[in-house]
Design a protein around this ligand. Structure first.
Ligand code: PAF
Length: 283
């Protein structure tokens, strides 16, 4: 696997892939890789396709009181994991390559960016959309893969790609979980032993609520029970919401696919998770 840090070298590496007839898959990451990222690489691999991963801890998607300075950075270990996983090229731009002096453009996706994490993390999705648009223009992939754990991020990227005619296929990859159900996240390493044990309440509360909603219970009641379960486990709840999976507006139509999303803080660590609720069967 080649590791590339300049745009010139990236363009020539991509041109080599293309001239050999390969298509290109991009897996954008912020590093601190875990099995969730490796599942994206695995899902990206196809005969005749080259897999490019990017690692860039994007300052524009962190708020002033968020964890940019302590966000885990593990370049050597990450490069080894990517090589073992069969990644062909690692794009690791320095911050001055991504955001040169005088950089002045922000991409803002209205609607899907606005509620949920968008409400608690102002500017976060503008930062994500801007850097992902740049990565798309730098790598020019045919397909890009993102984890469903960041479900709102996936919706924002899908909207941006459709609105701006990127012509890139976006593939969501199911959330990878620890044995007890906790969604894998680079931020899980912030949890101490007691917090890690308590964190399992998040997937459990969502699982209970998802079952109740899927069998037709009143969604508001199920969401309230989930919020209470999280508080009892020591979380401070940001949101637990049931939304339409395509628009992320509050779900009103059980015949459409819905998604149950939650964000909650344990200690100083904010965790997110979500579960699909299939359309109600009217047969
Ligand atoms: O999901 C992430 O790791 C980041 O938000 C992304 C998509 C790489 C953009 O910085």
């Amino acid at each position: 696997m080649q590791t590339i840090r300049s745009l010139e070298a990236l363009r020539s590496g991509i041109a080599d892939f293309r001239s050999g007839g390969a298509s290109i898959a991009l897996v954008p990451t912020m590093g601190a890789l875990h099995s969730g990222h490796l599942a994206l690489i695995e899902a990206a691999k196809r005969p005749g396709r080259k897999v490019v991963a990017s690692i860039f801890v994007n300052p524009r998607q962190f708020g002033p009181n968020e964890d940019l300075s302590r966000y885990p950075r593990r370049e050597t270990a990450d490069a080894r994991l990517l090589t073992e996983a069969g990644c062909d090229l690692l794009w690791m731009p320095p911050v001055e390559v991504m955001y040169p002096d005088a950089f002045a453009t922000t991409i803002s996706v209205a609607g899907v960016s606005e509620g949920l994490d968008g409400a608690s993390r102002p500017g976060h999705f503008d930062g994500v959309a801007t850097v992902v648009a740049k990565l798309f223009n730098q790598v020019r992939p045919d397909i890009a893969l993102f984890g469903e754990k960041d479900f709102q991020q996936l919706a924002v990227i899908r909207r941006m790609v459709a609105d701006l005619d990127f012509g890139i296929e976006i593939q969501g990859v199911p959330t990878q979980r620890d044995d007890d159900g906790l969604a894998l996240s680079s931020r899980n390493i912030y949890l101490d032993e007691a917090q890690r044990a308590a964190a399992v309440a998040l997937p459990r509360a969502l699982g209970v609520a998802a079952k109740a909603i899927a069998r037709g219970d009143d969604p508001e009641g199920a969401l309230a029970i989930a919020r209470d379960a999280l508080v009892t486990a020591g979380f401070s709840v940001d949101y637990v919401e049931l939304v339409d999976a395509a628009t992320l507006a509050t779900a009103t139509d059980p015949s459409r696919e819905r998604r149950l999303l939650a964000a909650a803080r344990i200690g100083t660590t904010r965790l997110i998770d979500n579960l699909a609720i299939p359309p109600a069967d009217h047969a």
